[in-house]
Design a protein around this ligand. Structure first.
Ligand code: PNS
Length: 168
């Protein structure tokens, strides 16, 4: 499908989705007419995920159900091929701290080498989420810390259930 400037993809592993991810998705949905949240089936660099792709998708569906122009889809191809399939011209990602920059710079170069007609667009994370990442939330949940204000409804319980089941 030919790239359309009104369509964007918000890609990620979302293992699980955090309130920081949702902030970026909501802001992207205010800029673009159609936002497709692409859930990476098996992230190559991050190893085994805690939740299956369908579970991660279900969390996102529930958390974004009130945003009409957001869709959720799992993909297992190159990101740019997924974007092309949907006619997206932009890949929207959140940028937290300096530590994100190097990784995102590399991804940007890779994706642009593959498809220079698809642009990566970075939204600076809102200050209250600048420390928030899925791995940190998983770590807190593993030790029984409160994570209710960091992830959407349903995810906190699922995290506690999954991690306490794995670490009885
Ligand atoms: O930050 P994340 O969750 O690791 O992001 C995943 C993704 C797909 C956005 C990032 O790995 C990326 O931009 N990859 C580009 C190369 C690619 O298409 N790989 C295939 C999917 S892992």
């Amino acid at each position: 499908m030919a790239p359309d400037g009104r369509v964007a993809v918000c890609p990620g592993s979302y293992d699980p989705v955090t309130n920081g991810h949702l902030d970026i998705i909501e802001r992207a949905a205010r800029i673009f007419e159609r936002v497709i949240v692409g859930v990476v089936d098996q992230p190559l660099r991050k190893g085994q995920t805690l939740f299956t792709a369908e579970e991660r998708k279900a969390f996102l569906l529930q958390a974004t159900e009130k945003i009409p122009n957001v869709e959720i889809e799992v993909f297992d191809t190159l990101l740019v091929d997924f974007a092309r399939k949907h006619g997206a011209r932009a890949l929207v990602k959140g940028l937290r701290a300096i530590s994100d920059f190097e990784y995102e710079f590399e991804m940007n170069q890779l994706n642009r080498k593959l498809a220079d007609d698809i642009e990566s667009v970075y939204l600076m994370s809102s200050p209250q989420y600048s420390f928030l990442r899925s791995s940190g939330v998983r770590e807190l949940a593993t030790f029984g810390a409160s994570i209710e204000d960091l992830v959407p409804d349903g995810v906190a319980k699922a995290l506690h259930d999954r991690l306490s089941r794995e670490n009885p």
